[in-house]
Design a protein around this ligand. Structure first.
Ligand SMILES: Nc1ncnc2c1ncn2[C@@H]1O[C@H](COP(=O)(O)OP(=O)(O)OP(=O)(O)O)[C@@H](O)[C@H]1O
Length: 628
């Protein structure tokens, strides 16, 4: 994947073909129109030069109006075409550009979204490639198609002027073309270098954008101000920008150096040709018209050659960049999907983890180390453990956001690897501790939990009630239609600014989103109430208990009191199951769970304080009983 010129094995020709195919699919009419205008624009300068020569020669011969008028009229039409056609061409190019961009972004995001796993999104190389693919999507195919058309135009003009020059001075043809060849080589070398440079600075550009976004993001604004991070982040952004600028300046210097020399060579050739033509005309070898067409032809050949070479270099660079787009669009999913996925039945028996080992990367330590666990149908299983014990990782495996590195997970005996992730996720409802807060309306924030409900407001309100957020949403300025955003206006004419919620309210909204799927076979609640006040937490857990009854659920919480009703409590420690059992059994075991539960319970107990009446007791867990 880490190839500055895009994926190996996709030739430049193939890339060009893909770009042309996309252009044809996106805008066939604009593409055909562009081709026609380009051909006309290619022929117009040659026709104009010849008409000028004929007019000058007829004038020198003392030709009458009958001969001159049609020539002058034709010259006028050619001039008109030279003026109008570029505007028509610009419009058609714009059409082509817009159509192509829509199609290209559609395919790019379709491909990215088609990956059902998470691992690719956590790989910096993928983000470098994606950024270049995104950038290439903005203009590479347009440039490839545009440059190809411009090259056609240049070739037509070149052909016309080469024929013209051959008639007048074949030697001059050879000299002019020979002078242009080094330029072609240099331009191609520069475009390769530019592609390598773009790849090299990709991470710097992403970091520069990242620091810039921190400086403007409303989420970061509070900490940036409280900790006075503005200058620090700006400094880092400028450092990254400096690296990018330096790389670009180096390349621009090289370009200036080599192209400056080549332009001098071209100017010297043109001047030599002009001297020859003037001397030949003085000696009677050329007419005035011949001199004019000679001068136009030398300039025309040079301009056309320069245009062809620079358009080819531009196309070459775009082809190299376009490779990144093709690489991303064609990359298979990071998470393998079985060619003929097994059907996933409704859960009847349970979900079984068999000797599951997992680490995020070959270079990372094991996060889960041989976990064996059965989650029986219709029961609530709670996962408990210290920070980093592997609880969230385990539930991410249950959703098949990753596959176990070793071992397997079975849903009523069906290995999850055999199942299409979409089928699995259609049977799962989940809220994660790092939930999303979407800059959408309150109703939409909940509705996203089950798009299949088709935007019906009733299930949305029911989910909000279950999560205890209905009353809050109902009293918002526009109720469920209130935009929850500080960075967008609403779509309505009044451009009303959105509102935002408190941390706990956002969390309830995320819970409501998950509860849109409360009838699914498996409900996963990873820290669903960590941000709630005590009263809200109590109410939410009571509600959840009611709705969970008879359903299979996996719960994670650091507030152990919220989990004590679970049918099975599993203590994870360092990626292994250290203890398992009901609350009572674990308390009786007097192990990690009992210690953690005791610690929390002791924090809530009040004990007489001689100096202040009441204070929080700080007894050690072993001195108190917190069992049921
Ligand atoms: N996407 C990731 N890439 C690499 N490592 C990760 C990733 N997510 C988690 N980890 C690592 O895996 C380990 C377990 O993390 P996990 O989130 O599963 O723990 P947890 O038990 O849920 O912790 P907490 O109680 O803090 O939420 C941690 O050491 C963490 O650094």
């Amino acid at each position: 994947m880490r190839d500055p010129e895009g994926p190996a094995g996709v030739s430049l020709f193939r890339r060009g073909w893909v770009a042309a195919e996309l252009a044809w699919r996106a805008q066939p009419a604009a593409l055909t129109g562009s081709l026609a205008t380009v051909l006309l624009m290619g022929a117009a300068p040659v026709v104009t030069a010849w008409l000028t020569k004929l007019v000058l020669d007829r004038l020198a011969d003392g030709g009458g109006q009958g001969v001159l008028l049609p020539l002058a009229a034709a010259l006028g039409v050619a001039g008109l075409a030279l003026v109008v056609l570029p505007h028509v061409s610009d419009y058609l190019k714009g059409q082509l550009h817009r159509g192509l961009q829509t199609l290209i972004y559609d395919r790019l995001f379709q491909a990215v979204n088609a990956d059902p796993g998470l691992s690719r999104f956590e790989n910096p190389a993928f983000h470098d490639e994606l950024r270049l693919a995104h950038e290439a999507g903005q203009n590479a195919p347009q440039q490839i198609v545009g440059s190809s058309l411009a090259i056609c135009q240049g070739i037509l003009t070149l052909f016309g002027f080469v024929v013209t020059l051959t008639v007048l001075s074949p030697v001059m043809v050879v000299v002019v073309i020979a002078a242009a060849l080094p330029s072609a080589r240099v331009q191609l070398a520069l475009s390769r270098r530019r592609a390598r440079m773009m790849w090299g600075i990709s991470s710097n550009t992403r970091r520069q954008l990242f620091y810039g976004s921190l400086l403007t993001s409303p989420d970061a604004a509070k900490e940036v101000r409280l900790f006075g991070l503005g200058d620090f982040l700006r400094g880092r952004m400028l450092t990254e920008l400096g690296t990018v600028n330096e790389a670009e300046r180096d390349l621009d210097r090289r370009t200036l150096h080599s192209q400056g020399l080549l332009s001098l060579l071209g100017a010297a050739v043109a001047a030599g040709g002009l001297i020859w033509a003037v001397l030949a005309a003085a000696a009677g070898g050329l007419s005035v018209g011949d001199v004019s067409v000679f001068v136009a032809a030398v300039a025309g050949v040079q301009t056309a050659l320069t245009a062809i070479v620079s358009q080819w270099a531009g196309a070459h660079n775009a082809l190299l960049m376009f490779g990144h787009y093709i690489g991303v669009v064609r990359a298979g999913p990071g998470l393998p999907v079985a060619p003929e996925p097994a059907t996933l039945p409704p859960l009847r028996t349970g979900i079984e983890l068999r000797d599951v080992w997992f680490r995020y990367d070959d270079e990372h330590p094991w996060v889960l180390r041989g976990v064996d666990l059965f989650i029986p149908h219709g029961q609530a299983v709670a996962l408990v453990g210290l920070n980093g014990a592997g609880k969230s990782t385990l539930v991410k495996l249950l959703c098949r956001l990753y596959d176990p590195v070793r071992g397997s997970i079975h849903w009523d005996g069906v290995d999850l690897r055999e199942v299409h992730p979409d089928d699995l996720r259609a049977r799962v409802g989940a809220v994660f501790q790092d939930y999303m807060a979407y800059d959408l309306t309150a109703g939409e924030n909940i509705m996203l939990g089950d798009l299949a409900a088709g935007g019906d407001p009733e299930p949305v309100r029911a989910a909000a009630r279950r999560a205890g957020i209905h009353d809050t949403l109902d009293t918002l300025p526009r109720g469920y239609d209130t935009l929850l955003s500080r960075i967008f206006f609403g779509d309505d004419d009044e451009r009303q600014a959105g509102v935002t919620l408190s941390g706990g309210q956002w969390q309830r909204l995320a819970l409501a989103r998950a509860l849109m799927r409360h009838r699914r076979d498996l409900l996963i609640l990873d820290e669903p109430s960590s941000g709630l006040d005590a009263e809200a937490e109590h109410a939410v857990h009571l509600g959840l208990r009611r709705h969970r009854a008879g359903r299979t659920s996996v719960l994670i919480s650091h507030r152990l009191g919220a989990l004590r009703d679970a049918d099975l409590i599993v203590v994870l420690s360092d990626g292994r199951i250290a203890e398992r059992g009901s609350h009572g059994e674990l308390m009786a075991m007097e192990g990690t769970y009992a210690r953690l539960f005791g610690l929390q319970a002791s924090g809530y107990e009040l004990t007489p304080d001689p100096s202040a009446g009441e204070s929080l007791r700080t007894t050690t867990p072993s001195t108190r009983s917190a069992g049921r």
